[in-house]
Design a binder for this molecule. Structure first.
Ligand code: NAD
Ligand code: UGA
Length: 352
């Protein structure tokens, strides 16, 4: 059987490196990556080869178009996906998400290639007091005022979803949109060497603080709720989508683990308990403190109170999430602890 050729644009990041590794062992698919760095692929593949193309989608238009033409299915993962960046560099977030992301869509339309696009749970915006889980085809996408520019990620991702949907209608684009809900696993973000080192997501803030003996900081008391999914479960959902082209074409899928809902304040306590039981090197125990959201992220921050996925559609492809919260955290914390020296941003940059 001839393998289908997959190109992962932005495929050297956290999710892309796991998906690439899984697909590299597939009988049905081959995989290549287009990205601006490759350190996480080098770590994930250990010393085995992978098919990497150094492509910057903001400038390498001809190279991107030629690569898309040479593959069957294009995954678009390129993004800046951290709330601190939405607040501190909103123009760069919008440029990459929307304007550079549009180039990937346009190349798929031009060369008539199937697109699997990474949207986000953030497009649903605020829960606004609703207790209903977010549904792909029914829920409203509601964000805050313009001056709270945190929503620039949500709204540019939403506009790209709408462009893709419109191309499906008007240009015959074959597509699937996926909306992950807070993915965690080995290789997420980076290990921080101090409390303000870079812009990771909550797992990396808390794990780095534990390893550095610093306080875990709860934004506005840590009252927000999130559901966390293990990256291995997410990758299996992507395989289910690939294996079911007829059912997934033209559809949007939430991918999350509803059972893994936790309040952020409770996540901090749980991670501190797991760390103390397994990895602590001394009797130093990190404090848990509250910080103001505007001070922590910057002016223009606003939070989503609750983010619960309805996953009925993706379960219709025969997939179900398997990894529960404690195992998810123990696995990711163990990997991060054991690899802590090579997962700092400086160490990964030095691998390039
Ligand atoms: P990531 O930051 O680890 O990976 C993004 C990749 O895009 C990086 O490797 C980066 O180098 C690449 N990239 C950035 N600019 C580029 C450019 N100009 N040209 C080529 N490549 C470029 O992020 P991730 O966590 O792996 O997320 C992947 C996708 O999934 C993103 O689109 C994100 O919005 C979406 N998503 C992630 C989560 C999550 O919890 N991780 C949740 C919802 C949605
Ligand atoms: C994230 C990012 O926007 C994207 O990675 C992704 O698209 C989206 O989730 C998603 O999964 O769909 P968010 O969950 O708000 O958004 O970001 P996190 O950094 O994971 O923060 C989760 C919660 O923890 C927020 O309430 C945040 O304020 C809080 N937090 C974060 C803390 O209390 N302390 C910290 O040190 C960091």
């Amino acid at each position: 059987m001839v393998k289908q050729k997959i190109l992962c644009v932005g495929g050297a990041g956290f999710i892309g490196s796991h998906m690439s590794h899984k697909l590299a062992n597939s009988d049905n698919y081959s995989v290549a990556q287009a990205d601006i760095w490759s350190a996480k692929l080098k770590i994930r593949f250990e010393n085995k080869p992978f098919a990497f193309h150094h492509i910057d989608i903001s400038s390498d238009d001809d190279e991107l178009s030629a690569l898309v033409a040479d593959h069957d299915i294009i995954f678009n993962l390129a993004s800046k996906a951290s709330p601190r960046l939405y607040v501190q560099d909103p123009l760069a977030v919008a440029k990459l998400n929307l304007f550079d992301g549009s180039k990937v869509i346009d190349a798929c339309v031009k060369h008539r290639k199937k697109l699997v696009h990474f949207s986000t749970s953030e497009v649903y915006g605020k829960a606004l007091g609703s207790t209903e889980p977010f549904s792909e085809d029914l829920s409203n996408c509601v964000t805050g005022p313009i001056r709270n520019h945190r929503w620039i990620y949500s709204t540019t991702k939403q506009l790209l979803d709408r462009m893709i949907f419109a191309h499906g209608r008007q240009s015959g684009l074959k597509f699937t949109i996926v909306r992950p809900f807070n993915v965690v696993g080995p290789l997420i973000d980076h290990v921080m060497v101090g409390p303000d080192d870079g812009a990771p997501r909550v797992f990396s803030y808390f794990m780095s603080a534990l390893m550095n003996g610093e306080p875990l900081r709860l934004v506005d008391g840590g009252k927000a709720l999130r559901t966390f999914i293990h990256v291995d479960d997410l990758v299996n959902a992507l395989i289910a989508i690939l294996d079911n082209p007829a059912k997934s074409n033209g559809e949007i899928f939430n991918i999350g683990t509803p059972q893994n809902e936790i309040r952020i304040a409770d996540l901090a306590t749980l991670m501190r308990d797991i760390f103390a039981a397994n990895f602590e090197m001394s009797s130093v125990r990190s404090d848990i403190v509250t910080v103001d959201g505007q001070e922590f992220y910057g002016e223009g921050f606003e939070d989503t109170e609750r983010r619960m996925p309805n996953i009925d559609k993706i379960k219709g492809l025969g997939w179900t999430p398997r990894i529960m919260l404690k195992d998810l955290l123990e696995d990711t914390m163990r990997y991060t602890w054991e690899n802590r020296h090579r997962l700092t941003q400086e160490a990964m940059d030095a691998m390039e």
